[in-house]
Write a protein that binds this ligand. Sequence first.
Ligand code: HEC
Length: 409
Amino acid sequence: MYDLAILWDWAEFAIRWLHVITAIAWIGSSFYFIALDLGLNRNIDGPADGEEWQVHGGGFYHIQKYMVAPEAMPEHLTWFKWESYWTWLSGAALLMVVYWAGGELYLIEPSKADLALWQGILISAASLSIGWLIYDFLCKSPLGERPTTLMLLLFVLLTAMSWGYHQIFTGRAALIHLGAFTATIMTANVFVIIMPNQRIVVGDLKAGRTPDAKYGKIAKLRSTHNNYLTLPVVFLMLSTHYPLSFATPHAWLIASLVFLMGVTIRHWFNTQHARKGSPHWTWAVTAIIFVLLAWLSTGPLGDSYDDAEARVLSPREQSFVQLAEFEAAESVILGRCSMCHAREPIWDGMHWAPKGVFLETRGDIARHARQIYVQSGLSHAMPPANITDISPEERRDIRNWYRAAVSGS
Ligand code: HEC
C-alpha cells in the first residue's frame, strides 16, 4: 500500500519524460519551419513561391514552398501534428498527476482561498478550456484583421489570468496553470484551426478545385501567436524549480512579464532568419526585463512561521501527525532538514527554502509527507550529500512513520 509512493514517483517520471520529449519534437519542428519559411529565397522562376538549399548530416536538401498549394496532390505528404497533440496530452496527464492527485500539497492554498480539492480541480479544468474559447473568439472577431491590437489584448488576457490564478492557487500551480493555459491555446490552434484548414486545402486539391487563399492567412496568424508564446511557456514550465519565480508576492507580475521576453527574443531570431538584419536592441530589452523580474522577486513575503503554525490541519494532514510514529519522524526532520527548509533558513549561504519546500511546522511536515518519504526515506536524495548526518535509523523512523500513516488510512 505505502509502496504506491514508488509507483507514483516512477509514473510521474515516465509521463514527464514523455512530455519533455514530445515538447522538444514539437518546438523543434516549429522553430525549424519558422526559420525555413523566413529564410526562403522568393525570387525564383517556376510554379513554387520560394526555395531554399540546406545541408545537414552529410546530404543536401532542396526545399520548395508552394502557397497556397501545388497544382496536384503529391503522392506522399508528411503532416506535423502528433508532436503538438502528444505534448498536450502528456502535459495534461502530468498536470492531473501532480496538481490534481497531489492537489492538497501543490494546487490549493487555504490561506488564499478556502477551496475543497474538487473545487480547485474544477477551476483548473474549466479555466484551461475557457481560455481557448476567449482567445478563439478574439481571433475570429474583427480584431483578427488588426494583429498588433490582438496581440496586446492577448497580453492583457494572460496578465489577468496570471493574477487570477495567483488569487486561488499555490504559486507553483499558478505559474504552471498559466503555462498550461497558453499551451492549450497553442495546441488548439493546431487541432481546431490549422489542421482542419489544411485538410480543406488538400480536399480541394484532390477534387481539382483551386483552394481559397484565406486558409493560409488564418493559419499564419495562429502560427505567429504560437511562435511568440513558445519561449514563455517553456519558462513557466521550468519555473517550479525556482522558488523566487513562483513563491514571492509579485509572482503573478513576474509571470506576465515573461511574455514580453517571448516577443523580444523571438523578434531577434525572426528578423535574423528573414535576413533583415540583427536588431541587437532586443537583447538589451530582454536583459532589462530579466533584471526587473529578479528585482520584483525581492518583495516582502507575507507568510510567517506563526501563521503557518496556527493553521488548522486538514483531516488528511491530521492522519499523519496523530500517530505514535510521528514524534520520532518530526524530531528527525526538525534536526536534519529544517535548517534549510525554513521560512528563514539558518543554513549558511541559503537565503530561501530550496524549491519553496518548508519543513518546520507539523502542518508542513504532514503536507510534504510523501516527498519526505521519497527524498529521505526511500532514497538518499536528502539531505544533499547527507550534509546534516542523518543516520540509517533516522531514515528508518521516517519510513516507519509514513508507512504507518498510509496503511492506517
Ligand atoms: C543543506 C540544505 C538542505 C537540507 C539539510 C535538506 N535539504 Fe531538501 N533540498 C535542498 C535543496 C538545495 C533542494 C533543491 C534540490 C534541487 O534543486 O533539485 C532540496 C529539495 C528538497 C525537496 C523538493 C524535491 C523536489 O524535487 O521537489 C524536498 C521534498 C526536500 N528537499 C526534503 C528534504 C528533507 C526531508 C530533508 C531532511 C531529511 C532535507 N530536504 C534536507 C537542501 C536541503
